[in-house]
Design a binder for this molecule. Structure first.
Ligand SMILES: [Zn+2]
Ligand SMILES: [Zn+2]
Length: 131
């Protein structure tokens, strides 16, 4: 039995990973329209300060000798942390429609009924007696 906790990454497929060697950055976009939100750039936590550059070089060659596993793991973990904080950052601008399950922006969101505009167009809240 595995006790491993699986992080819930709420944004599953509507973001783009723009991370580079220098840091992490994610672009989140609405699944309905072209609105997107760029999260703040987060520098790599393990970014070497001045003076330790040589030490890092040693560590790096160690890691590569060991199949690069440790370094890869650390990067993946750091990226997950970065992604979480990026999500927290843009979260206020996005909503998950409980009906269609899509992540959409404020513009496409019907705040009155807490569903997206497609599932619950604002017009339906108007009385329509035409049938
Ligand atoms: Zn939208
Ligand atoms: Zn919907």
């Amino acid at each position: 039995m595995r006790e491993l906790k699986t992080e819930t990454i709420e944004f599953t497929d509507n973001y783009e990973d723009l991370s580079t060697d220098e840091g992490f950055q994610f672009l989140f976009y609405c699944e309905r329209c072209d609105t997107d939100y760029l999260s703040e750039h987060q520098p790599c936590p393990s970014e070497p300060g001045e003076g330790i550059l040589n030490g890092v070089g040693d560590l790096w060659s160690d890691a590569t000798e060991n199949g690069n596993g440790a370094a890869e793991c650390e990067m993946a973990e750091a990226e997950r942390v970065a992604l979480r904080s990026a999500i927290a950052e843009v979260r206020d601008h996005f909503h998950e429609c409980s009906h269609c399950g899509e992540w959409i922006c404020d513009v496409c969101w019907n705040h009155a009924v807490l569903l997206c505009e497609k599932c619950a167009p604002s017009t339906t809240t108007l009385p329509s007696s035409s049938t």
